[in-house]
Design a protein around this ligand. Sequence first.
Ligand code: NDP
Length: 270
Amino acid sequence: MNKFSVIGNPINHSLSPMIHQEFAKEFGIDLSYEKILSPVDAFNLTAEKFISSGGLGFNITLPFKINAYSFSENLTENAKAAGAVNTINIDNNIIYGENTDGAGLVNDLENNLEQKIKDKVILVIGAGGATQGILKPILDKNPEKILLANRTKEKSLRLATNFSKYGKVCGFGLDQIKAKPVDIVINATSASIAGKMPELANGVAEGAICYDLMYGIETPFMKWAHKNSALKVSDGLGMLVEQAASSFAFWHGKKPQTQPVINLLREKGD
Ligand code: NDP
């Protein structure tokens, strides 16, 4: 049996086992995929135990993506840029680290929501771990520019400087958002988890695609976007499935279909 898993804390909520079993069915691959709860101070031990039990690969979720980065012996360009790893593959006893979060978002926007990124103005709100994962893959698609706004302005300024080698990124504070139209607004803050809307200085949703990385509920950001005449509003469920599909391809060399799995999860959520 090919052994895979996801390591996190907490981990009970994870949809990854179900998503990977659905992908495996498409190719007739027999695999096990378990949820592993790791103590917060023992990620390396948990990962080593899984590998020595014959594990071939695993996903990493909160709060261990930075630990997984240090744990990896060989990093992809996306992982290096993000400074975080969400997918590990073991090949010939070498630990390969990848970050598929950004590819997940880009594929959901471009393929499922039919929103091309090239030449678009994109406002990203938030400058935490998720933002670090998505900036390079977005910039690789050649947008006109990314406007990066964060509550703590210093963080968005720092990320804008670090990522400017991949394309145009301007960092500023939430209170400096101008009332100018943008094409895509991405809420990459964790405000939605607390049931809050980031305090934006100006409304910029009109005519834009508004995307919240959080999934599972209609967030305050999504409600705000509907109220402010957004063109399209989406949660991050498609990103979750797409990042899993990229992890699956990293392990198995085959890219599964995602839309049937997104539909299945939406039906289950209703
Ligand atoms: P982090 O804790 O690393 O960063 C949190 C960010 O949110 C910071 O920029 C913080 O600002 C900002 N923030 C928090 N509360 C508020 C608030 N009330 N108003 C304004 N800004 C706020 O979190 P992550 O980057 O890891 O995660 C962000 C979101 O992305 C989460 O909802 C997570 O679930 C989601 N996610 C979804 C994925 C998917 O597949 N769909 C994959 C990965 C993440 P400050 O710097 O000022 O503190």
